[in-house]
Design a protein around this ligand. Structure first.
Ligand code: FMN
Length: 492
């Protein structure tokens, strides 16, 4: 375990919202800066096609141990003058048999993001991945580990196999993940396998640092299961409440919706913190924790600290489009209502997903209906067994007839949105499709959006360091109080 654990964690926010710039700023300020690994190969090649302003990605790429790998990517995607209005050249889609090209892109992209997040300081940096987006996960972890990532944080699923994968990768050994596959029988054994030695010829195979693994969970039952049954050591937990931005765990029991169509959460969705304290592993609270009061409350419950997303997502350094950040901050400053809506069906992942309801986003009915369905990024596709016994990939947001031909059901397609394209658009990487359609944005944020008001009281923007400082100050005060009164706050 690292000797010093962070108190303030900046949550991983995909796609491209928690980029290296945000994570670097948070780490410098004393928090754990986390980069999002979701869709990162496409984020990297799109930055290169936009001319890589400042040369940051190419600077990091020049530190990658095999330069021929990096050159392949630069030759294919880098445009010194930018795209000049043309569509982005796409990355190949992931399939369970990982191609040389997709592995190289993924490993390099994660290496670059962590390398830049770590540049120029000695603070801690983490990588966030979603368990459900299985195919890129092992090469993503490997790329981040090549750059010395300190923490891996993973939720949106049950990441039981990840700790063992980290152990294997730290010795450059073959690792695999089982592929949940619709229509598979107990005899099937579908996996995604990654052996670094099949893809890279490094001169130096010295062991890599094994990062700490924090599982993102929403219940003590799941945490206990992970602590006992994972393939390796789980080093702690982020307990994420359903008010958090991004994807949320579904409510326990049968799904019930409120008058606006949002999932109703109840007492069974609240967490038993005493059980977490009994487990003896450090934990952090997430979801509406972006205020000093919440930091104090979390630490009194025995938490090591908090993980915050929303307040960082609208800070200067986040990757979210400047115009989106400015308009949300301005509306909050003027005390205008900015509604956060929890959509139970939008995400092809099947998890509820929070969005800011705003005109001209994919959550505007007119905009949604005007979008021709297309699946050209494919990160949220899931595996199914084809009639011939082989594996296929499908997404409930792809064109409906294609999805039905792949054995999907019509019910699953209703209200589904292309999160991939919408989230890329929200970080200024919107695709221009062949028919001239420009992908519309999707903005996600937590119910805690109002907490941003404190940062824009007298000005119209704020830095990530300001967020860390405000939260850290509360943590220091409560620690000093507890030490004076000889009461333990969290096990440090
Ligand atoms: C814009 C945005 C994107 C997010 N994307 C992810 C993600 O890709 N993976 C993840 O594990 N959590 C994601 N989250 C959740 C955050 O990591 C964090 O746990 C959460 O924001 C904390 O609650 P808060 O929003 O109330 O601060 C996202 C949150 C936001 C606001």
């Amino acid at each position: 375990m690292s000797e010093i654990r962070p108190i303030i964690i900046q949550g991983g926010m995909g796609i491209g919202v928690s980029n290296y710039r945000l994570a670097n700023a948070v780490s410098r300020a004393g928090g754990l800066g986390v980069v999002s690994g979701s869709g990162l190969n496409s984020v990297l090649i799109r930055r290169l096609q936009d001319g890589d302003p400042g040369g940051h990605c190419r600077r990091a790429m020049s530190a990658f141990p095999i330069q021929s790998v990096v050159q392949n990517i630069i030759e294919k995607y880098f445009l010194a003058e930018g795209r000049k209005g043309a569509a982005y050249k796409r990355a190949p889609l992931f399939s369970p048999k990982l191609s040389q090209e997709i592995v190289e892109q993924t490993v390099v992209a994660n290496f670059v993001e962590v390398w830049l997040a770590k540049e120029g300081h000695s603070g801690l940096v983490g990588l966030n991945l979603l368990e459900k987006i299985i195919l890129p996960n092992i090469p993503s972890l490997y790329g981040a580990m090549l750059a010395g990532v300190d923490y891996v944080l993973m939720g949106a699923g049950i990441p039981r196999e990840i700790p063992g994968v980290l152990d294997k990768l730290s010795n450059h050994e073959e690792a695999f993940l089982k592929l949940p596959t619709d229509g598979a029988s107990s005899e099937d054994n579908f996996k995604v396998i990654f052996d670094p030695k099949n893809y890279f010829q490094f001169d130096n195979w010295a062991p890599l640092k094994r990062p700490e693994f924090l599982a993102i969970v929403s219940s003590a039952v799941l945490a206990l299961n992970l602590a006992k049954k994972s393939t390796g050591k789980v080093n702690g937990f982020i307990i994420e409440h359903w008010t958090a931005g991004g994807h949320n765990a579904p409510p326990r029991g049968a799904l019930q919706l409120d008058e606006l169509g949002q999932p109703i959460y109840g007492a069974r969705d609240e967490v038993d913190f005493a059980k977490f304290c009994e487990m003896g592993l450090p934990f952090w609270l997430a979801g509406s924790c972006g205020s000093p009061e919440k930091v104090t409350e979390a630490m009194k419950l025995g938490a090591q600290g908090v993980q915050v997303g929303t307040a960082f997502a609208f800070s200067d350094e986040s990757g979210m489009s400047e115009s989106v950040k400015a308009s949300v901050r301005q509306r909050l400053q003027k005390n205008e209502n900015v509604t956060v809506y929890t959509d139970p069906v939008a995400s092809p992942s099947g998890f509820p997903f929070k969005v800011i309801e705003k005109e001209n986003t994919l959550f505007d009915k007119k905009v949604y209906e005007a979008r021709p369905r297309k699946c050209d990024l494919g990160y949220l596709r899931s595996s199914y067994k084809k009639e011939d016994g082989t594996l296929g990939q499908r997404c409930a947001s792809e064109p409906i007839d294609t999805y039905l031909k792949k054995g999907g059901t019509i019910e699953d397609t209703v209200g589904r949105k292309c999160l991939c394209n919408g989230l890329f658009a929200a970080v200024d990487q919107a695709q221009l499709q062949d028919n001239g359609y420009v992908e519309a944005i999707i903005i996600t944020a937590g119910d805690d959006l109002q907490s941003i008001k404190r940062f824009v009281e007298n000005k119209n923007h704020y830095s990530a360091a300001e967020v860390v400082q405000v939260l850290q100050r509360a943590a220091t005060t409560i620690q000093a109080f507890e030490i004076k009164n000889h009461a333990p706050v969290a096990q440090i």
